[in-house]
Design a protein around this ligand. Structure first.
Ligand code: AMP
Length: 363
């Protein structure tokens, strides 16, 4: 059973599953609109706990904690896509869950996600399922080398991925990803990586932010620049793809679509790499570089409020502070025009996103 959502009153409570920086920034935006948040997360020192009305420190499958959480909130949303299906189903029987948990079933599995995107007539890298080591050789024969072997589930920031080049031992790649159900993708020699953050309201209105161009280091997003240096027609195509995906999901909230730009003969074209059914790191620039942030837009959508039309304030550049880089934050604190965001995470770890800095320049 799914419970229908209706517009929230200004003092309503939004339940957020997940307590990381995305939940924290969602809660801060909710507070700006007078809405309260209740975050449920199993990790005791979750950085979203610091900025909300109420917290529940409990496992995602703790039914009695979920029951109390559901009683307290008016609507439930999430800040990460690996919410267990049973959690979403349990909560959806009690309160509206937005975006609809069915979206999770598609986006939690790379094979299901890519098959679904292809069924919409949208291009992805050529791919083949690899359910066992035995299936890897025929998949490689079909896809060719180089190829990227990815776990079907729980991959992020390049984790659970191995590239197989000419001469590489395919079995070693299979072991490297943990010998689990996988997808083999053709390696795309992309010209650049871009993403589109799109919001869709309960009434079905969709609005995209400007296209971001993303630079990764060690598979982790390092810099997003907006607008992406792509022809206007390609930017329109990218926004059109994100909009079609949001509509096909009957989505409510913010979602991000990561894409590769490939130089296809004379005209560059886009291929979808991944959908994130949530606010996204490549949309952080909107906090300082746009009249409405992706976080506020998501809150407006799940609250059943109208979306705001985003107006970009200039050319934006967002840099992530990853791991120990945060220890050099002093150098950013005095840069004129730089907006520093620190997530208040208790411990620095390699690869951990600790904060970000956005600069907005006149165009
Ligand atoms: P993902 O976890 O699928 O988002 O992949 C993380 C990063 O790995 C992407 O942002 C790309 O830089 C790279 N990557 C993933 N898939 C491919 C591919 N099929 N071809 C080339 N690079 C890829």
């Amino acid at each position: 059973m799914t419970i229908a959502a209706r517009p929230l009153d200004p003092d309503a409570i939004i339940g957020i599953l997940g307590g990381g920086q995305l939940g924290r920034m969602l809660a801060l935006s909710a507070a700006s609109l007078g809405l309260k948040c209740h975050v449920l997360c199993p990790e005791p020192l979750s950085c979203a706990f610091d900025v909300v009305r109420r917290v529940t420190e409990a496992d995602y499958v703790d039914k009695s904690a979920l029951d109390r959480f559901a009683d307290d909130v008016d609507v439930v949303t999430y800040e990460f896509e690996n919410v267990p299906a049973e959690t979403a189903t349990f909560l959806a029987a009690r309160k509206p869950v937005l975006p609809d948990p069915q979206v999770l079933a598609t986006t939690q599995d790379r094979l299901v996600e890519k098959s679904w995107i292809t069924s919409l007539g949208i291009a992805t890298a050529p791919f083949a399922p690899v359910g066992s080591l035995k299936e890897l050789a025929p998949a490689l024969a079909a896809i060719g080398r180089p190829a990227v072997l990815k776990t079907r589930r729980f991959g992020y920031d390049g984790k659970g991925q191995a590239t197989i080049r000419t001469g590489d031992d395919a079995e070693a790649a299979w072991q490297e990803i943990g010998a689990q159900p996988a997808i083999l993708e053709a390696f795309i020699p992309f010209e650049r990586e871009i993403s589109v953050v799109v919001a869709r309201s309960i009434d079905g209105e969709t609005l995209c932010f400007d296209v971001a161009e993303n630079e990764h280091r060690d598979h982790i997003l390092k810099v997003s620049r907006v607008p992406a240096a792509v022809p206007a027609a390609l930017a329109d195509e990218a926004r059109g793809i994100a909009t079609r995906i949001a509509e096909a999901f009957d989505y409510v909230g913010v979602l991000a679509v990561e894409m590769f730009v490939v130089a296809d003969g004379a005209a560059p074209a886009v291929m979808v790499n991944e959908i994130a059914p949530r606010v996204h790191n490549s949309g952080h620039w909107t906090l300082d570089g746009c009249s409405v942030s992706q976080f506020e837009q998501h809150i407006r959508a799940v609250a059943g409020w109208p979306l705001a039309t985003p107006v970009r304030r200039g050319r934006a550049e967002m840099v992530n502070l990853i791991g120990a880089e945060v220890e050099a934050v002093d150098k950013w604190l005095t840069v004129p025009g730089a907006s520093v965001h620190l997530y208040g995470k208790p411990a620095v770890r390699d690869g951990r996103k600790m904060g970000h800095v956005t600069q907005v320049f006149e165009e």
